[in-house]
Design a protein around this ligand. Structure first.
Ligand code: GRF
Length: 204
């Protein structure tokens, strides 16, 4: 199974996917790393692993349809079968969502549907969780549809929110769980063990 990884940042989830492939926890290959940020650490990780690393962003195109068409072309050229959004902060263009219906996975650093949606990313999520007084948080892998953070949930894992936690200490606990569950979700797709109906997805 060829994975196309999209990342905007340092790429620790991307690295976790590569580690899982190396450890044979994930039987797949990453055939493309795409980033909207030319200075993303994830691009460097891809280059170090001789994985095609492409900087592409909407700004390089005159309109969204041409951007979307270029993204689909790039995905097809690299024979991408599943897209993993590993800290990708841009909305996926509708034509791409349609072309890869039920084949785009996103990792979110909270237990959706709580603490999700537009603007809920990075430290904003953990600040909101702590401010809410919630006693657990965690990570979610979900399918991507036309709205932010709304598609069917595939896998989640919780972590405790402890007295004295800061957004940084909570982020660190959640990140460890992200690195664990994203490869598990991808392997379930690789083995065709994900049952998807309208609003939910279950790993068999
Ligand atoms: C992760 O916390 C992920 O949940 C969120 O963006 C962050 C990406 O971190 N979507 P990294 O670039 O994978 O280290």
């Amino acid at each position: 199974m060829n994975i196309g990884v999209f990342a905007s940042g340092r790429g620790s989830n991307f690295q976790a996917i590569l580690d899982a492939i190396h450890q044979r926890i994930l039987t797949a290959s990453v055939s493309l790393l795409l980033s909207n940020k030319s200075d993303a650490g994830a691009l460097e990780i891809a280059r170090a692993h001789h994985i095609p690393a492409v900087h592409v962003s909407q700004k390089q195109f005159s309109d969204e349809p041409s951007f979307a068409a270029a993204m689909v072309r790039l995905l097809k050229e690299h024979d991408v079968q599943i897209i993993a959004l590993a800290g990708y902060l841009k909305k996926i263009p509708i034509p791409v969502v349609r072309e890869y219906r039920n084949r785009i996975l996103n990792i979110h650093p909270a237990l959706l549907p709580s603490f999700g949606g537009h603007g809920m990313y990075g430290h904003f999520v953990h600040e909101a969780v702590i401010a809410s007084g919630a006693k657990i948080s965690g990570a979610t892998v979900h399918l991507v549809d036309e709205e932010y953070d709304r598609g069917p949930i595939v896998i989640q894992k919780a972590v405790p929110v402890e007295k004295g936690d800061t957004p940084e200490t909570l982020a660190a606990k959640v990140l460890r769980v992200e690195h664990e569950i994203f490869p598990l979700a991808l392997q379930a797709f690789a083995e065709n063990r994900v049952i998807i109906n309208e609003r939910s997805a279950w790993i068999q």
